[in-house]
Unconditional design. Structure first.
Length: 677
């Protein structure tokens, strides 16, 4: 029986399972893909000795031709993939006797997650979805078919890729393209121009339900400025950490909007695996979904790539028992090595680190500790040395803070504790671009918050659906509304990039021209298609202020189409305002760090604090800037940055799909009728 909320039968292992055949499949798969810095014969020998492999069910039977050593000079390939997005189910019949027979948890199309059956939206019946691993200058081509029966349209966003020259491939619904309707497909085609750690995901509510996967662009050793710091860069050492709820995310979203405020997620997942329920077989032995494992050999140095994919207001702290971690990159950009005990990661961020396998041969816990909405939660994976035999005891809660220095602490003023170090200390490894280091051409103060203002969608003229802070009775105070500069984003009816001329001017508000309306919007709900227009070639500085007047979340803000330098960040107080930060800035109390400031595309803005970013607007297009917390994005915490004019755009394909708009039937008297024969 499964112990927890409700009961479900879990069968005992069947005798005579062909585990050896299953094991051989693992071996041949790993032999086929071991193509990185050294061929790593020791890894193959390790697999011959151990038949428990992480997430093997979610890997293809054969490696893609584009997963290869990246050599110099480059010989680019065209890398084609087919994605079918469909409804599926965790703990399906494909899982056989999982977890009673843990080998069954690795069967093809088995998605065990945390052991709780629920509907998911996944690509190719894999979670996480198929990994794209290519070399710099390759062309990536992905045919995405929407097979979500009875569902809304979808798009796939290639998170962190700038799409220079191909803005119509960004995958942002109603900004750069029409959503892909059910039964249709759309083929994305773009070049892998920037080496680094990225990921792909649905740009909508399917992301929290499983539509996510990794995207890694490697370069040859000659061009890799980090090459001397590690021996191996293995695909099995890419990590996705995220929160998980035991219901479709649209159910949780509707509950937040119409019933009560969000509760904590049910689990934390590491590469799609986590714990929620305990399974009990016919014996007293307790069983769980097997945790993810990462294999290493003593004396070797391994590059790990970590991706944050939380959907709710969760952040995570990652550490490995008995090991320090050397941070070497963030959001696809290399940084000067920083040796830490742990690092924080928010939704949309990526951190690369090197683990030196120099501890005593054994098995060590990788810990992921939750913050904010995930406070009090944690999940574990294993770092397994070749030749290890013993299994470590699970750490108790008191041990979870036993690491050393923490890089990028969540929602904390780093200087208040010597154990914390800000991401500002992650020096960019390459020289700062001269264009960004010059004085900005424009500076905009951007206020983000979730004030209590009744919206047009979640209230009714006769009553309010808002809740008191304690969430127990109606009030007229208002609901939390996600806003930028007191305005909630309303998506246009047609894509801005391709059909902007069809959008009524009254539905678009210009960020820099709407100051007169801000005072009114502080007290009543305002929405529009919020656009900040900048000229091509300008250096743009944004001072992002998390006012936190009523909501005390940090907000991970993500920029499409570019990356930015992080010049300053601080927590002023529990609450602040744009006006207060402006006064501090005018008084010279905010110092901008220009030289070797870290380059990122996602940054967490602390509540009651600010972050200052700067970027060169050299990529013409319509680019979304938004909070990567899914519920905040869906509720309106976003705006569009339009770079350049229509004349600056690259030539777009003439056959791009069209969509949207309003349709009215003609007068019936004007229709020609034909008698039925």
């Amino acid at each position: 029986m499964i112990h927890g909320i409700g009961t479900t039968q879990a069968h005992c292992p069947r005798q005579g399972m062909n585990t050896f055949t299953n094991f051989l499949q693992h071996v041949f798969y790993w032999i086929g893909i071991s193509t990185l810095k050294s061929f790593a014969v020791h890894t193959i020998l390790l697999l011959l000795l151990q038949n428990t492999q992480p997430n093997s069910a979610n890997r293809p039977s054969e490696p893609h031709k584009c997963f290869r050593p990246c050599k110099w000079p480059s010989r680019p390939l065209t890398c084609r993939y087919e994605f079918t997005l469909e409804w599926y189910h965790t703990m399906s019949t494909a899982c056989y006797d999982c977890p009673a027979n843990q080998t069954d948890c690795n069967r093809p199309h088995c998605i065990p997650v945390n052991g709780v059956p629920r509907t998911v939206a996944v690509v190719n019946r894999q979670f996480p979805g198929p990994s794209i691993e290519v070399c710099e200058w390759d062309t990536i081509e992905v045919k995405v078919e929407n097979n979500l029966v009875g569902s809304e349209g979808v798009t796939i966003h290639w998170h962190g890729l700038h799409q220079r020259g191909t803005p119509h491939m960004d995958g942002t619904p109603l900004i750069t393209q029409c959503p892909i309707p059910f039964g249709s497909s759309f083929t994305y085609r773009f070049q892998a121009l920037t080496p680094g750690t990225y990921f792909w995901h649905s740009h909508g509510l399917q992301r929290p339900d499983g539509a996510v996967g990794t995207l890694i662009i490697r370069t040859g050793a000659r061009d890799d400025v980090l090459d001397d710091l590690y021996d191996h860069d293995l695909s099995e050492h890419v990590i996705i950490v995220q929160d998980w709820i035991n219901q479709l995310y649209i159910d949780r979203y509707a509950r937040i909007a119409f019933h009560d405020m969000a509760k904590s997620p049910d689990s934390i997942l590491i590469n799609g695996r986590g714990r929620y329920r305990d399974f009990l077989c016919r014996t007293p032995k307790r069983m769980n979904i097997p945790r993810h494992a990462f294999h290493v050999k003593k004396g070797e140095r391994y590059r790990f790539r970590t991706i944050g994919n939380s959907a709710m207001a969760c952040a995570f702290e990652v550490s490995v028992d008995g090991h320090n971690l050397t941070i070497i990159g963030t959001d696809g950009s290399p940084v000067q090595p920083i040796r830490v005990g742990a690092f924080g990661i928010s939704s949309g961020e990526r951190y690369d680190f090197v683990l030196e396998a120099r501890a005593r041969i054994g098995k060590y816990w990788m810990r992921v500790k939750g913050r904010d909405a995930c406070m009090g939660m944690h999940e574990l994976a294993l770092v397994v040395y070749e030749g290890a035999s013993y299994y470590p005891d699970p750490p108790d809660e008191k041990q979870l803070d036993s690491f050393g220095t923490l890089l990028n602490p969540y929602n904390i003023k780093a200087e208040e504790n010597q154990k914390y170090t800000s991401v500002l200390n992650a020096n960019e490894l390459n020289a700062t671009r001269i264009e960004i280091s010059r004085d900005p051409d424009i500076v905009h103060y951007v206020g983000i918050d979730m004030p209590l203002v009744n919206t047009n969608y979640y209230t009714h003229p006769r009553h309010s659906l808002a809740l008191q802070d304690n969430g127990d009775r109606p009030t007229t105070t208002g609901l939390f509304s996600a806003q930028i500069n007191h305005v909630s984003f309303r998506p246009p009816k047609v894509p801005l990039l391709t059909q902007s001329r069809e959008i009524p001017r009254t539905e678009i508000c210009r960020f820099e021209k709407e100051a007169s309306k801000i005072q009114r919007c502080k007290n009543e709900y305002c929405e529009c298609t919020h656009v900040l227009e900048v000229e091509l070639g300008q250096v743009v500085e944004l001072v992002i202020v998390n006012e936190a007047q009523r909501n005390f979340n940090a907000h991970p803000m993500h920029l499409h189409g570019n990356r930015f330098q992080v010049l300053a960040a601080d927590k002023v107080a529990n609450v602040t305002s744009v006006e207060e930060v402006m006064r501090l800035d005018e008084a010279g109390q905010i110092t901008r760090r220009i030289l070797k400031a870290p380059l990122k595309d996602t940054i967490s803005v602390p509540d009651g604090g600010y972050v200052i970013i700067r970027f060169l607007a050299d990529n013409p297009g319509w680019w979304l800037f938004h909070c990567h917390t899914e519920v905040h994005l869906s509720a309106g915490m976003s705006m569009v940055i339009r770079v350049g004019s229509e004349d600056n755009l690259p030539r777009l394909p003439s056959n791009l799909p069209r969509c949207g708009g309003d349709w009215y039937p003609p007068d019936l008297r004007t229709l020609e009728t034909t008698a039925t024969p």
